[in-house]
Design a protein around this ligand. Sequence first.
Ligand code: NAP
Length: 206
Amino acid sequence: MSNNKKVNHLGIMGGTFDPIHYGHLVAAEMARSKFNLSKVLFIPTGIPPHKNRRDISAGELRFEMVERAIQDNPAFACSSLEIERQGPSYTVETLRVLSRAWPEHELYFITGTDALREIFSWREAEEILTLIEFIGAARPGFDASDFLEHVQEEHPDIIGKIHYLEVPALAISSTDIRFRVRHRQPIRYLLPESVRLFIQEHNLYT
Ligand code: NAP
């Protein structure tokens, strides 16, 4: 944790959310409770720096799915900050905006462990590491030891800022949901019904 700890904690849930599913929602709720987050702000990525734009659904559609999914949780909110920004969505730019907007809050960035493993290749990784605490939401069976050893050896100053959360519900994945839709397999109970209907209405992933 940072030395001058702030009392208020804000969660920032970064992801493509194509589509959002119960694994993401459970991860956000577990993080909220464990790290005493007053709010969790979901931020769907605009154009992820590491992905081809054609691979992903339009930002407005992903944003609307997130809005539908979180509507019954007063501690959850969604921001269109990244999907409205031109060019690739660099996390460092988002975090700068948020740390100015929420100066009294310690920021906790929550994302999947696969993405977190790549953190040192992200733009201005060192700046990012000064701005936030990281929460890696891990799928069942994920082994963090290699990554933590690497951090301990190469970046010992930030090891205390990296936290892991094992989330059994992350057995659900967006990739699998897209596959299921494409192959006409059921997706009910993997994600909120409002999101399932949205996918159907907009003919996504077919
Ligand atoms: P991704 O490659 O789509 O996802 C990597 C893995 O993590 C997938 O298994 C994914 O599962 C899971 N995942 C993603 N977000 C999650 C979340 N919030 N909670 C739990 N699991 C999650 O990663 P991404 O979504 O593009 O990127 C994740 C975050 O890292 C985004 O905020 C992105 O902007 C940031 N990022 C920044 C940079 C940079 O600044 N250079 C580079 C890469 C990523 P599902 O498919 O089921 O979601």
